[in-house]
Design a binder for this molecule. Structure first.
Ligand SMILES: [Zn+2]
Ligand SMILES: [Zn+2]
Length: 300
């Protein structure tokens, strides 16, 4: 536990708008942000703004979106959604509570129905500390009004959308969204393509839990499915397998160091093999990933 303050200090030193794509695009003024539309199938899209990737299902029964980015992106997002049929989605799913995936609830929740895991609602009512500050509680209209403990299925526009909770990974309220017919899966922040992930220990996240969840998903997701990650480009099952190996192998190096009685500073200065260099070039740098793993496996 002695190491905990160091962990939070280093997170607190990171910029406040750290939930970007890891390419510094989030440092631009909000008016510079553009929402990019990536067509996946005839009625499923991925939108990319400043925060987490957004999934969209279109059709005559109304739009369903998965996550809704930062509040500063809402106008641009609304415009991009209008192009796809309507500026006001009928349903909004939140993969987890973080602001880069839910702040748009403050706009889209006025007209749409928000659906999320029980713990997402809990944390938006009483947000925990994150990166050295505590977000303001969300007003009632920006909260999920339909919540579930394990899963929920939504039938809309001829599509079957299966929403499944995966226990303690990135947080303790993560859901994976399966668009069954379109063969598209939105993995939220359980998947950072090619990069070390953020695991929010203060929100019930756990590195081993994340590893287990990703392993289970690799067994579940069809080989030819298109994967929308929380952050990064549209991906495939083989990208998810590579990411799983990256997380497992790098976490094992930290665990081996811990078993050998090394301090966190010794583990950091030993570092990782060259092949993991690129993985530490995103939002979560190598040293921060080592701290997250160290803290996660130190916790009882
Ligand atoms: Zn995120
Ligand atoms: Zn997140």
């Amino acid at each position: 536990m002695r190491k905990l303050p160091i962990f939070f200090l280093s997170l607190a030193l990171a910029p406040l708008t750290v939930f970007g794509h890891g390419d510094n695009s989030h440092f631009h003024a909000s008016q510079d942000i553009n929402v990019r539309t990536v067509k996946i199938t005839d009625n499923v899209y991925m939108l990319q703004g400043r925060g987490g990737n957004i999934g969209v299902l279109t059709g005559p029964e109304g739009l369903l979106i998965v996550d809704d980015d930062y509040r500063t992106v809402s106008e641009k997002l609304s415009t991009a959604l209008k192009e796809l049929g309507s500026p006001t989605p009928r349903f909004i799913l939140n993969t987890h509570w973080h602001g880069d995936h839910t702040e748009g609830n403050n706009v889209f929740g006025k007209t749409g129905t928000i659906i999320a895991h029980d713990n997402v609602r809990k944390r938006l009512i009483d947000p925990p500390m994150i990166f050295g500050s505590r977000p303001a509680p969300y007003p009632a209209f920006a909260l999920p009004i339909l919540t579930y403990a394990e899963s929920i299925t939504i039938h809309l526009n001829g599509e079957e959308i299966k929403v499944v909770h995966y226990p303690s990974g990135h947080t303790d309220g993560d859901s994976i969204i399966f668009f069954k017919k379109a063969n598209v899966v939105h993995l939220g922040d359980d998947f950072f393509v090619g990069r070390f992930p953020f695991v929010d220990l203060a929100s019930g996240g756990n590195v081993q839990g994340l590893i287990n969840n990703v392993a289970a998903l690799i067994q579940t997701i069809p080989a030819d499915a298109k994967l929308i990650p929380g952050h990064g480009p549209l991906a495939s099952l083989s990208d998810l397998k590579e990411y799983h190996s990256l997380v497992v192998e790098s976490a094992k190096i930290v665990q081996d160091g811990m078993k050998a009685g090394k301090t966190i500073d010794e583990i950091k200065s030993a570092g990782f093999p060259e092949k993991f260099k690129e993985a530490g070039s995103g939002f979560i740098k190598t040293d921060m990933w080592i701290e997250i793993v160290y803290q996660s496996y130190s916790a009882k």
